[in-house]
Design a protein around this ligand. Structure first.
Ligand code: 5GP
Ligand code: MN
Length: 336
């Protein structure tokens, strides 16, 4: 937090600010981005949140979500106008500008002061001010500490508290993942003190499945689930046809990979999805299996030790074969 006084100075006069989050924003990216934007507005800054692509439906209730500019949805010009005007661009919940996908060049080219707030491993500095902490369970947890560092925690109202709480709740899998610490719980408790309605958050995030999503889950468990027992590995593969048959939307496959990891003795789990222009992979592990390193080395991606993602330009069948090869090569790590 050595940059906190520099951040304080930067924000000491009203600025034009853009808050960006990563491609396919999750609860932590969107919650942190919206919470930050709302707090900055209270300090008289002009703030716009821009996401490279759509957020899942179950996050649409977050205060401020309807005002987010979704770049991919024919909003390139609008986004460009805000970015050109910006004095400051916050990069929230992602370690490298690549994670902005189609928006990357536009952000890279601006002269705005870039500030990164993130809990992923650093992949090379691009920001003038960096707040990175891989020990934070969520970017929202780190953001709370930054608010404290700036001495603005009293500006956290119910809406901001709920945004940050959802960030922590989703990135920790409701406080279950190994990243969850006593500090995570302490900060969550402070957010409840600030007014976060946790029943509401649970309702929207955990009890908001469409019947279609559950029907798809049943199908995937029955027909798209492979267990490699001797490698302590299990994975789902989802075809383009499945996306069509079940009219799957953003977020409908989220959480699927956790069913694979929930199986007894499974240490490595994946969902391998056939998207329009590539194959996308979600990787999860328990214990010491470093899926972020595997994602980086084999699938041009990254993430955390126990949760990472990447892509493949091979066919689905070829990607599955490559994945199984990766499993076989790493048998020792997986079965220790
Ligand atoms: P998910 O599987 O939920 O999409 O992503 C899990 C984790 O991996 C998240 O922390 C996310 O930021 C990271 N991640 C997912 N896809 C990519 C990717 O293509 N590149 C990088 N660097 N990280 C990714
Ligand atoms: Mn996160």
């Amino acid at each position: 937090m050595e940059d906190i006084s520099a951040l304080k100075a930067l924000l000491s006069t009203p600025k034009h600010i853009v808050v960006t989050v990563h491609h396919r924003p999750d609860g932590d990216a969107l919650g942190s981005g919206l919470g930050l934007a709302a707090l900055l507005r209270k300090q008289q800054h002009q703030v716009q949140v821009i996401a490279p692509s759509a957020y899942p439906d179950f996050l649409g209730w977050l205060p401020g979500a309807p005002d987010v500019i979704v770049f991919e949805k024919k909003n390139q010009q609008k986004a460009s106008d805000f970015l050109k005007k910006a004095d400051v661009i916050f990069c929230v919940d992602f370690p490298t500008l690549c994670r902005l996908n189609g928006m990357e060049a536009m952000v890279r080219e601006t002269t705005a002061t870039k500030v990164v707030i993130d809990h992923h491993p650093n992949e090379g500095e691009f920001a003038a001010l960096a707040f990175r902490d891989t020990t934070s369970a969520a970017t929202a947890e780190l953001l709370y500490e930054i608010f404290e560092g700036l001495g603005v925690q009293d500006l956290i109202d119910k809406d901001i508290a709920e945004c940050l709480y959802v960030g922590i709740m989703t990135d920790t899998g409701s406080f279950k993942h190994a990243t969850t610490t006593a500090k995570t719980h302490r900060i969550a408790a402070r957010l409840i003190d600030h007014g976060a309605d946790i029943t509401k958050a649970t309702h929207w995030v955990c009890r908001n499945n469409s019947l279609n999503k559950l029907a798809f889950l049943g199908f995937a468990l029955s027909h798209r689930f492979v267990v490699l027992k001797e490698y302590n590995t299990a994975y789902f593969f989802i075809t383009a046809e499945d996306y069509k048959n079940y009219a799957l939307e953003t977020g409908d496959t989220e959480g699927l990979v956790d069913y694979a990891l929930s199986v007894r003795n499974i240490a490595f789990a994946a969902t391998i999805k056939e998207k329009k222009d590539c194959i996308s992979l979600s990787l999860r592990s328990s214990g010491e299996v470093p899926v972020n390193l595997w994602a980086k080395e084999h699938f041009g991606g990254g993430g955390h030790k126990n949760a990472a993602g990447g892509i493949s330009q091979l066919t689905l069948a070829e990607t599955v074969a490559k994945f199984e090869d990766l499993v076989k090569i790493n048998k020792k790590t997986l079965t220790n």
